[in-house]
Design a protein around this ligand. Sequence first.
Ligand SMILES: [Mn+2]
Length: 362
Amino acid sequence: MEMTLRWYGSKFDTVTLKQIRQIPGVKGVITTLYDTQPGEVWSRERIKALKDEVEAAGMHIAGIESVNIHDAIKVGSADRDMYINNYIETLENLGKEDIHLVCYNFMPVFDWTRTELARVRYDGSTVLAYNQEAIDKINPENMFDCLSKEMNGTVMPGWEPERMAKIKELFEMYKDIDAEKLFENLKYFLEKIMPVCDKYDINMAIHPDDPAWSVFGLPRIIINEENIHRMMTMVDNPHNGVTFCSGSYGTNLENDLPHMIRSLKGRIHFAHVRNLQFNCTEPGKLDFEEAAHLSADGTFDMYEIVKALYEIGFTGPIRPDHGRMIWDEVAMPGYGLYDRALGAAYINGLWEAIEKSQTRGL
Ligand SMILES: [Mn+2]
């Protein structure tokens, strides 16, 4: 594995490349052209400029998160081919700049969904949290307004104001889309882009839906082992793989994370590792919050998750995921420097211990 950190670019991120470079073992960043819109072609010049900036800081681009998919592709509307062609052009430009990993998601309307962005924990840190009773009371059209005051003045991925301004229109677009249609449209998209992925050796890594179930009546398909295998079988190409995100699949406690990792051997191209603390697991009252990466701070056994990745021979980029807001940092919720740096150090420690205990036969 290669330890990395997500970085939104110097115009948008409170964290600098210099700071990232000083986290032990981090030489790769996962980044994006954050000001591009879904459906837009990424020019080779802009990709090159981003790459030069990262390399000038002594690092490299380990992958892109994300190149977002236009809604026309997800709903399969008449103009989707134009947007798919634009996506192919973007992949070509990335390939020519020697970038070989693209994370994306296929979630309708909302990306990740949380009800709080700054819940105060027992130690005074603040974290993103999800409460089912609160979700059930929210009118999805007002969701953005509810959350925007907690965004610390940042633009959060998937919750761009210009997108949220047309939320009614988006819901209208998806009204006839069920899980089957979404699978069909994903298949259509993947079949069209695989040739360019083969040509430039680009691994497509679909991010799971977060949380891993339908919200507000919108279908969600990348939620469990069965569905991921369906996705990989329907377009059976090694470049059609997944981002294994423990914090997203882990929202559903029926997902056995180490087991899922083992079943996806060879097709995990990217890993997000983080922990969640479940406070209530009763359906209808479900409540969880994002914890520190440390196993003891949350519900997941992080040792077993990292061990499963080690045992399948995972060689791709890995990154700590959402961190808590600690030490009075002001940053995009989930994306401060301090707790993610602690997460990287912790995952590196687990990895070293697992690797040495296996190779030295301890
Ligand atoms: Mn993730």
